[in-house]
Design a protein around this ligand. Structure first.
Ligand code: P6P
Length: 329
């Protein structure tokens, strides 16, 4: 037999991983697996559009604003369309909460069991300066019976009710990182094969870290406990690393240990980040990897949402660092 070493194994692709995991759940009927595949596929399309943005003039602002009053970038709008189309055609989702849409999007798949909350492209102000950006998503089970109208209770569920969450990081390489409540796994996209391959199995967030991510330009507007924690980090010679792109900062801290903080500020009295499609998603991943996520004091995933685009202060990362920050409150 030929020496098998000349054919290096290419590893486990996302499809095979999802199928293998599905077999662990006797009740799994394949819909969640299909939903994860739909998200992964849309991520491939968005990845392709991001990578050629500068060439075909889809970078930059389009002159409109989203519900948040933020200038919409062409790729924001394009990514939103791609994910909504993929989730709608996939048939597994009955409703979508998107950062780019004021109201809940009903897909028309009234017999579908799942609801997705998504930030199609976070960090979009970084698009035209070629800094990493990301898609962030959560998956919930609908509470109302199928083929009935979508209710507020369906779309305003606590983070503890998530059945899956993840992000796609469009960086020096494109990665899909997700959890279904049994640990966190990372897949690296191989464009030449059009496949995601398992590259980071059972990811763990180091309990300690020496990286803190916060926009210190807003220092003067922070609450006293936040200022005291920043001073603690400075005294202990931690490294300040703030890319200005949540998914990129979160991913680095997930791998190396660290804390990301977006606290209340005078301009963002409830914090800037959104509970449903940014904070809950990353909180679920952080917790599944051994970290924690709070609003400074309370567990993010215990917050009862009252509105779709609700904001919250966000402290996420290494358990001992988030707890240290909390000790100043
Ligand atoms: P600031 C991007 O707009 C974002 O939502 C996150 O990705 C990022 O961490 C944060 O806002 C940056 O906000 O106010 O520090 O520029």
């Amino acid at each position: 037999m030929e020496d098998s070493r000349i054919a290096a194994p290419i590893g486990v692709n996302l499809d095979r991983f999802i199928n293998a995991k599905e077999q662990h759940f006797s009740y799994a009927t394949g819909e969640l697996s299909q939903l994860l595949r739909d998200i992964a596929l849309a991520g491939k399309v968005v990845n392709r559009e991001i990578n050629k943005a500068g060439l075909i003039n889809i970078a930059g602002a389009i002159g409109t604003q989203n519900i948040q009053g933020e200038d919409q970038q062409k790729l924001d709008v394009l990514s939103n369309i791609r994910f909504i189309r993929a989730l709608t055609k996939g048939g597994e989702v009955c409703a979508i909460i998107s950062e780019e849409d004021e109201k809940v999007i009903e897909t028309g798949s009234d017999s579908a069991k799942y609801i997705v909350a998504i930030d199609p492209l976070d960090g979009s102000s970084n698009i035209d300066v070629n800094v990493s950006i990301g898609t962030i998503f959560s998956i919930y089970r609908r509470l109302s019976v199928v083929n009935s109208p979508i209710t507020n209770e369906d779309v305003l569920q606590k983070g503890t009710e998530q059945i899956a969450a993840g992000y796609i990081l469009y960086g020096s390489s494109t990665m899909l990182v997700y959890t279904t409540g049994n640990g966190v796994n990372g897949f690296t996209y191989e464009p030449s094969l059009g496949e995601y391959f398992l590259s980071h199995h059972n990811m763990k967030l180091p309990n300690e870290g020496k990286i803190y991510s916060i926009n210190e330009g807003s220092y003067n507007s922070f609450e006293q406990p936040v200022k005291e924690y920043i001073n603690y980090c400075r005294e202990h010679k931690y490294s300040g690393r703030y890319i200005g792109s949540l998914v990129a900062d979160f991913h680095r801290n997930l791998l190396k240990g660290g804390i990301y903080i977006y606290p209340k500020t005078t301009t963002s009295p409830n914090g800037k980040l959104r509970l449903m499609y940014e904070c809950n998603c990353l909180a679920f991943i952080a917790e599944q990897a051994g970290g924690i996520a709070t609003d400074g004091v309370h567990r993010i995933m215990e917050i009862q949402p009252k509105e779709l685009h609700q904001r919250t202060p966000f402290f996420v990362g290494s358990k001992s660092m988030v707890e240290k920050a909390k000790s100043y409150y």
